[in-house]
Design a binder for this molecule. Sequence first.
Ligand SMILES: Cc1ncc(COP(=O)(O)O)c(C=O)c1O
Length: 469
Amino acid sequence: MYSSTRLAKRLPGALKHQRTLATQSYASLVDLGKKHVTKGLGRQIEGVMTKGEGSYVTFGDGRRMLDFTTGIGVTNLGHCHPKVSAAAAKQCTEIVHAQCSLAFHEPYLQLIERLLPVMPDSSLDSFFFWNSGSEAIEAAIKTARTVTGKQNIIAMQGGYHGRTYGAMAVTKSKTVYSEGFHPLMPGVFSIPYPYWHQLGVDPSTDAATLTSMCLNQLNLILLQQSAPRDTAAILIEPFLGEGGYVQAPPEFLRGVREICDAHGILLIVDEVQSGFGRTGKMFNIEYSGVRPDILTCAKGLANGFPLSGVVSRRELTDQLKPGSMGGTYAGNAVACAAAVAVADAFKEERILENVQARSTELLAALNALKAKPALSSAILDVRGTGLMVAVEFASPTGTGPYDTFTDASVPKGLAARVAKRCHEKGMLILTTSVYEVIRFIPPLNVSQADLAKGVQIFAEAVEEVVREG
Ligand SMILES: Cc1ncc(COP(=O)(O)O)c(C=O)c1O
């Protein structure tokens, strides 16, 4: 173990684990990172992660932490799932780089075989695998533009789709992603997401009201800013991720589909974060029964290996010119082999059943916390589907003078402070959105005991921070 008791002492609740980086002292390695890793990369906590096992991550200084971030919704079957790692290791001995524009490779095709039966609509039968979610969004936009012959994309306020130029242009969750990088890709418009806080209505506002407010804005956009004959696609996360962890009401999604159908507009459903079992079904869009024209997925697809998918129907993708899609590493064989193992594990280990059971426990525990008199004004909302769950706190200042959810009696910056306290107590957890929101993204196979442990850490953190004021 490193001679880093100083660091470990600063984290009293953290569990200790024996782990050694032989060549360098831990502190000097951290210093090297601080000095030489670009400042453009944000970081939640100080440290070097050296090992991941199931729901836990170990740092080089001995800290072993419960990981309720899953690396932002990626290691959905836990870190280094034995079957996934074994499949990847085996593929490494067969062929690593079987370039997708040279010929097919086996794991690519096996993955399509696994995915075809679980697609949310049987029309989704044409696959292109890439590396990241952002790249999948780029490909989806390109496809929509070329097959419709139209240019404009209508995105959602609060939506997050990535940091490359096209994806950045349709990202509307925080200005940090585009500030200083303009001009962005043109032809992008946005409407509000059916999220009470964005709309300035009460958290208990019913789905029908949220739906009609937002569909009204969509119709207005089509009348005032982007005519249907210029609008290629509407792009939506059915469960808003980076924008605040909000489930879109099924009736809203169905309304968007109807508007798309009425005007010859394609519907791009971004399931990069919500897909692959995260919300208790293979894809979140299944809750609404809506058919996407193009679906993007990534993250949990390969449990940590870089892989994304753009899925559409042959009728559309047959219009793409060969060579218009591609990429050196697109659909890497090792990543695809890992994804095949993920798909098999979903069935063999009854992952979706665990998501439903743990989700009920998590939401019940968080709602019980919200019901405590000492916390009732601090916690505004508990929400989520499956294991994509959020707690939204009140704020004394909100996002500005027109934010209707300010409460002077509540401490400032609750979400970031609670997240930091959870880190100190040995649990990794993330905030999200421009509001005071903490998101729970535990592994989909998290045990009942680890879930309860995470909830307890969170509850203690909230109670302490609110008490301290
Ligand atoms: C819904 C959604 N779309 C796209 C992306 C971009 O994916 P990536 O970071 O792999 O480029 C993300 C990443 O968080 C996401 O949550």
